[in-house]
Design a protein around this ligand. Structure first.
Ligand code: NAI
Length: 697
């Protein structure tokens, strides 16, 4: 049984017990209905309390049943709620810790609600592209009023229980428990045991002096803010029904809207991302209970762009950091930058001045490796040069205590080679942060050939602690994200040669949903970074074709925003990308030199060439085992490269288009003499899956 039944002093207590968060799986739902029936039939029972064991009242749907017939099997949640509502004895929900989604809808179906303070209350369905589907959109406005309910449903954000126990008639909770919840709930149940008729949320009216005008305002604002995502606006429509229609008719419409959304590609993409994030933390040969090493103090080598940002992550989490540099000036600059970043947060009221000082007090600096001996982990973020990395890792090997984790933030170098500079390759790992490291969610955790399992597990947990989305990558040039982006950038270059302008390419892919097109991104990150990599490629892979336009741009000194000019022009102190005549002339001259007559390239072709370049390289990465699963690749692109969330990531998008269609389009591109036929040779895995009619997932 996952719902426990006991009777205490004439009160039946139904305790959902389905760890970790009492998800409303089939067995739990059945247990609830059976418990209600049993309480109804027992003349000694005067009232019922429904509560949750352990860490939650209920977190809502049981995600392990998602997509399986069990998820909707009777008794479904609507049936459970109907049984509770119809019970002839009062049913009291005793809410603590977490009541979310279906868990909150269940509580709303009870006759009374009592809560422990501090419980997180939410209807987060919108975050996976849905609306609440078991009466949430109809019952919440009835207890909280139109505006508060709509805010909660459209944002999906949790609200603390004590804030929802306000005025009578406008409160989700009838009571807040002073002390322990269960005794308070039992006492409350005894108090209301004789109350008749039993109050039902469905019988209340939604009061609002100006409902229609408010709803129209909500439609306008929500519509403008949720471009590409249908669910938020549908939340408004569903909540609007609570004013317009009788309860049962509105419930029917709620379910129709819910079912309609379930089939949208946006909902599928959001659900994919939700599960992908959870899957990414699982490593098949590293069990979840692998012991971890304690990391209480962190050292960082290099106080430049990345070192400073990485340090902030740990300071934010309350972990002391010591930063090492070669010169005092570099340390001073690094510390000043960190302080400036925090001060900017204080200005925006995201941080208090006290917190700023607390965080800065956790930061110390040194020029001496001997000062790192107490650190449990060190992250190196020095120049991207194997010689410099060798010096640093040899020095670290000499001073770090046994068992300390030695991490490198290298973006292109071989982590195994770096590990071999030490006498303890099992303790070496890659932690590839993205810039700005204090903001970007993604952390690629690079598992070296000899990286110990407990080191990997420790870093995965630490990543979570500093609020990163961690994705494991094997060792290869560029790891998952940058290896794929190189192919995307190559295609972007070919598109220029064939007739596009940088702004046309950027606009097309931004319309598809990318946060930034390849040329605006190049200007932001620095075009010299790619130039440096290409120079290496020309020696390593002389047969690989690149468009020369990016090199010509760099030869003009146009490295991007940092030099005030790149693919675009920039006015001093501004970031607006302005089309550049100089760049257009350069591209046209280059085309003429190659004898190319420009053609009009459609937006659709631009998008497909860029995205399928990612997909094909992603398939190779998957087949080589560099990525553990296709959804890991999607997480990298959603959290590190601005890939549109509503499309679920490149691999998910390819699955949606159908791999057969992807391969067919790639064949068409291969026939274009100005493109690169070798480039469009489908990766063996992609070809195989397409031929078999299968998908990456
Ligand atoms: P940076 O040039 O801003 O900072 C490097 C810092 O390391 C400088 O302050 C320098 O004084 C210091 N340094 C150099 N040699 C040293 C040594 N032997 N001992 C102590 N300090 C030393 O470089 P950035 O951008 O922070 O990059 C650092 C590392 O992070 C590189 O490996 C880079 O590939 C990687 N990375 C960079 C990203 C970016 O967007 N900038 C993104 C992801 C990784």
């Amino acid at each position: 049984m996952t719902t426990l039944y006991e009777v205490r002093d004439g009160i039946a207590v139904l305790t959902m017990s389905n760890p970790p968060v009492n998800g409303l799986g089939h067995a739990t739902r059945r247990g609830l209905v059976e418990g209600i029936d049993r309480a109804e039939a027992d003349p000694a029972v005067r009232a019922v309390v429904v509560t949750g064991a352990g860490r939650a009242f209920s977190g809502g749907a049981d995600i392990t049943e998602f997509g399986s017939p069990k998820a909707t099997a009777e008794p479904n949640l609507l049936t459970v709620i109907a049984a509770i509502e119809a019970c002839s004895k009062p049913v009291v929900a005793a809410v603590h810790s977490v009541a979310m989604g279906g868990g909150l809808e269940l509580a709303l179906g009870c006759h009374y609600r009592i809560a422990a303070p501090g419980a997180q209350i939410a209807l987060p369905e919108v975050k996976i592209g849905l609306i609440p589907g078991a009466g949430g959109t109809q019952r919440l406005p009835r207890v909280l009023g139109l505006e508060t309910a709509l805010n909660m449903i459209v944002s999906g954000e949790p609200v603390k229980s004590e804030l929802l126990a306000g005025l009578p008639g406008q409160a989700l909770f009838d009571r807040l428990a002073d002390g322990e919840l269960l005794p308070a709930a039992l006492a409350f149940a005894a108090e209301v045991a004789g109350a008749r008729p039993l109050p039902r949320v469905r019988d209340r009216k939604v009061a609002h002096p100006n409902a229609e005008a408010f709803l129209q305002f909500a439609r306008n604002t929500v519509g403008a803010m949720s471009r590409n995502f249908p669910a938020p606006l549908q939340c408004v429509e569903a909540v609007a029904l609570s004013v317009k229609l009788p309860f049962d008719a509105a419930m029917k419409r709620e379910l129709e809207i819910f079912s309609g959304l379930m089939l949208t590609p946006e909902c599928k993409a959001l659900r994919h991302a939700f599960f992908a994030e959870r899957a990414a933390s699982k490593i098949p040969d590293v069990p979840a209970d692998t012991p971890v090493r304690e990391v209480k103090r962190v050292a960082i080598i290099g106080a430049g762009t990345m070192g400073g940002g990485i340090a902030m992550n740990f300071l934010n989490a309350g972990t002391p950091v010591v930063m090492l540099e070669m010169k005092q000036e570099a340390l001073d600059r690094g510390v000043a930058t960190i302080r400036r970043n925090y001060e900017a947060q204080v200005k925006k009221r995201k941080l208090t001045p006290e917190k700023l000082e607390q965080r800065m007090a956790l930061l110390s600096t040194t020029l001496d490796y001997a000062d790192l001996k107490d650190a449990d982990m060190v992250i190196e973020a020095v120049f991207e040069d194997i010689g410099v990395k060798e010096t640093v890792f040899k020095a670290l090997d000499a001073v770090m205590k046994p068992g300390a984790i030695l991490a490198t933030n290298t973006s292109t170098l071989d982590v195994d080679r770096i590990a071999a500079f030490t006498s303890r390759p099992q303790d070496v790992i890659g932690t590839h942060f993205f810039s700005p490291a204090n903001v970007m969610k993604l952390l690629e955790v690079v598992r070296g050939r000899e990286t110990a399992k407990d080191v990997l597990q420790t870093v995965m947990q630490l990543g979570k602690k500093i609020r990163k989305t961690c994705v494991v990558s094997g060792v290869c040039d560029g790891f998952i994200g940058n290896r794929m982006i190189e192919q995307y950038s190559r295609q972007a270059g070919f598109l220029l040669e064939e007739g596009c302008t940088p702004q046309q390419v950027d606009k097309a892919i931004e319309k598809f949903g990318f946060a930034m097109g390849p040329f605006r991104m190049g200007d932001l990150a620095g075009n010299d970074v790619g130039w440096y990599i290409r120079k290496r490629r020309y020696l390593e892979k002389p047969d690989m074709r690149y468009s020369k336009t990016a090199d010509l741009l760099c030869e003009m000194g146009r490295f991007g925003q940092k030099t005030g000019a790149g693919w675009y022009d920039y006015q001093p102190g501004k970031r607006d990308a302005l089309p550049s005549k100089v760049v257009t002339d350069m591209i046209e001259a280059h085309r003429a030199a190659l004898g190319i007559t420009p053609r009009k390239v459609s937006d659709e072709e631009i998008v497909h060439r860029l995205v399928y370049a990612l997909v094909n390289e992603g398939a190779k990465i998957l087949e080589e085992g560099i990525a553990l699963r296709a959804s890991d690749i999607d997480m990298v692109y959603l959290t590190g490269y601005g890939f549109p969330l509503f499309r679920g990531g490149p691999m998910c998008y390819a699955d949606t288009v159908g791999l057969f269609n992807v391969v067919a389009t790639m064949k068409r591109f291969a026939a274009n003499p100005l493109d690169d036929a070798a480039f469009w040779q489908p990766a063996p895995l992609l070809a195989r899956l397409a031929a078999e009619g299968r998908s990456f997932s």
